[in-house]
Design a protein around this ligand. Structure first.
Ligand code: SF4
Length: 371
């Protein structure tokens, strides 16, 4: 028998005597007793390599019972399981033949794919790499404020599908213009909630003709809308914040999530000036819930910069803007704003400012930033 240190992949020169051996059937009381009376390493037995109960016991010992000593895996284990043992909280593994230690070393050094959080290396490697990629992209976008260059940088940094969710608002029209001029392959869609202003649909067609880009209309599930209206009524969203959020969930959030499935990147028209909730919006960030990089390429633009871009490039805009509508959502939930009001004062104006969320923009802690 020999012992391999899972962290270093080296043989342990002078192994300690095991104090307690836990079978995979050990209950919580047995784990507590093992930790309570511990005077040395705890070993967990694996009767076959296909029996995963020992991994769960290790995690419970570390996370629930706070065991800090050496945790050893004994029994029928194979080198491919080395990384999983390590990530579950094990320190060492007992092997029958010391001459096979090099196989464990080979495996421990090469099998490094983490698919879910664990006791050690809590963040899966894929997420970790994606978070770094988002950070790198955020810096790259910040280095050049030309919008077409930013779209090109986005396209060159991200492999796979990039989706742009447009509400056909001013920011989104500027981004659409830049996408068209960049030649970047980007999937453009808008959420057709069933309650849009006719002017929004008109600007969809006008933009398609001008930019020669198809804008997909993503609709909510018809049965879900029928159930919602049957329960709350046609204007049920006016009765309570819960009703309003339920309507946004069915008509916006779920269709958005469906449209973003399989995308590696998501472009939005968020700007920091929109509201306090968006004041720190980065140019690019990792969206943990959706598992993609979310990009806000005009986040740092002021209103003057935006309007200058639109004027200089003759970008088509929704005629409702000229009638005082700034942020335009569904028709029954949007009104024109008065001079001096916040740009989003016209959205769900019957609600307090901090409640104006519909779940489209959620940060990595799961908190909504704003609609
Ligand atoms: S904005 Fe209004 S109508 Fe549109 S989905 Fe939300 S609550 Fe429903």
């Amino acid at each position: 028998m020999a012992l391999v240190d899972l962290a270093t992949a080296a043989l342990v020169a002078d192994p300690e005597e095991v104090a307690t051996v836990l079978e995979p059937t050990a209950d919580d009381g047995a784990l507590a007793a093992a930790v309570g009376g511990n005077a040395g390493p705890i070993a967990i037995s694996f009767p076959t390599f296909a029996d995963g109960r020992g991994f769960s016991l290790a995690r419970l010992l570390r996370e629930r019972h706070g065991f800090k000593g050496e945790l050893r895996a004994i029994g029928h284990l194979i080198p491919d399981q080395g990384q999983f043992l390590l990530r579950s909280g094990f320190d060492t593994v007992e092997i029958a033949d010391p001459d096979t230690a090099h196989v464990w070393k080979f495996s421990l050094e090469r099998i490094g794919r983490n698919y879910q959080p664990a006791v050690r290396n809590g963040l899966p490697q894929r997420w970790d790499a994606s978070r770094k990629a988002a950070h790198t992209l955020n810096e790259a976008l910040g280095a050049n404020d030309d919008l077409v260059s930013r779209i090109k940088a986005i396209r060159s940094h991200i492999e796979g599908r990039i989706a742009f969710s447009t509400s056909l608002g001013l920011e989104d029209q500027a981004i659409l213009h830049a996408i068209a001029n960049s030649g970047a392959d980007i999937d453009v869609f808008t959420l057709d909630t069933g309650r849009l202003f006719p002017e929004v649909l008109e600007i969809v067609e006008l933009s398609e003709l001008r930019f020669r880009i198809r804008i997909r209309l993503v609709a909510p599930d018809a049965a879900e809308v029928e159930d919602l209206v049957a329960r709350d009524g046609v204007f049920g969203f006016r009765q309570s914040i819960d009703n309003r959020k339920a309507c946004c969930e069915v008509r916006k959030v779920r269709p958005l999530n469906r449209a973003l499935q399989g995308a590696q990147g998501w472009i939005t028209g968020l700007r920091r000036e929109h509201s306090n909730a968006r004041a720190e919006a980065p140019l690019a960030e990792w969206d943990q819930d959706r598992g993609l990089i979310k990009m806000n390429p005009v986040a740092d633009w002021g209103t003057d910069t935006l309007m200058d871009y639109i004027a200089a490039n003759n970008v088509p805009v929704n005629p409702l803007h000229a009638r005082g509508f700034v942020s335009i959502g569904c028709a029954p939930c949007t009104r024109a704003v008065q001079p001096g009001e916040s740009p989003r004062a016209g959205r769900w104006w019957w609600e307090s400012e901090e409640k104006k969320e519909c779940g489209l923009h959620v940060n990595e802690n799961g908190k909504e930033k704003a609609a």
